[in-house]
Design a protein around this ligand. Sequence first.
Ligand code: ZN
Ligand code: ZN
Length: 350
Amino acid sequence: MEELELSEPGPSDILVRIVGVGLCHTDVKALGGGMGVPKPVVLGHEGAGIVERVGERVTKVKPGDHVVLTYDSCGACRACAGGHPAYCEQTGALNFRDARESEPGFFRKGNDRIHGHFFGQSSFASHAIARPQNTIAVRKDAPLEILGVLGCGVQTGAGAVMNSLAARKGESIAIFGVGPVGLSAVMASVVCCCSEIIAVDVLESRLAIARQLGATKFVLAGPTVKTAEEVRRLVPGGVNCAFDTTGRTDSCHQALASLTTKGRFGFVTIPANSFEPNLAAMMLGGLSMRGIVQGDSVPNAFIPRLIELYMSGRFPFDKLVTKYPFEQINQAIEDQSSGKVVKPVFTFAS
Ligand SMILES: [Zn+2]
Ligand SMILES: [Zn+2]
């Protein structure tokens, strides 16, 4: 682990001692040079910890508060003002391109500046600087170490089902790709009282976890498997909701083709190859398609809600988590990509 210096928090900043931080696919993408993230940078965007200090203008939290850090948003644009911070007009600048690099809160190594505002937090570090907009106070009796995952991956999957697709009691849903995001969607489908929850994945081990979390039917995907046909065989006529987490063009086609009349399809990853939906089928079936960011989560309300559900035993997201000491980050990346673990969370010795 490298020693860096962190600037003093500015008047609107919040200094957080990180207790646990999740590993999300976006960290791995940024590591590989994706999304225009400037380097050198401290990654990490699913931090949870304890507030150590706040700038003089901060009234939202105080030292000692337990907090979950989430994506950053400006709080002032049309999307933010309309209650849709996930679609903030400043999303790219604030979360990826380090729009605040001239402000306090970045790391230094000697004279070299290290970018420190990834997702407004850069929480792969013992301390992070966040802002009121992306700092959510949470109840102190919840297991703080693992709560950070709620700030991105878990709220993305859960929110896609609960907010974006708004699955209703008695509806059927098929979830394509049951990694951390898809498994969160499975748990959320249980919360929404869906009648059938179909998990689709290439890994049998993932389908087994989906079963534990409440999925009712399963499709083992593979190069020759027409997953839409399988879904329609399991739920004659097709499903009300389909959710893709894979970002694979063929998977998106299959998800859309698995819908029944008036069905809703949602996706959270941009397919690498162009995706051309069957517009005739969409029109004649009254189908809709939704791009979804962060599960349409309004974090101030949604993260505490997920914690309430967890504490009452209805949203067991701890079953996704495997803890690693922070020093084992490379091992964790390898274990996640091989499917050995679902969601690594790094902990810091205090
Ligand atoms: Zn905004
Ligand atoms: Zn993420």
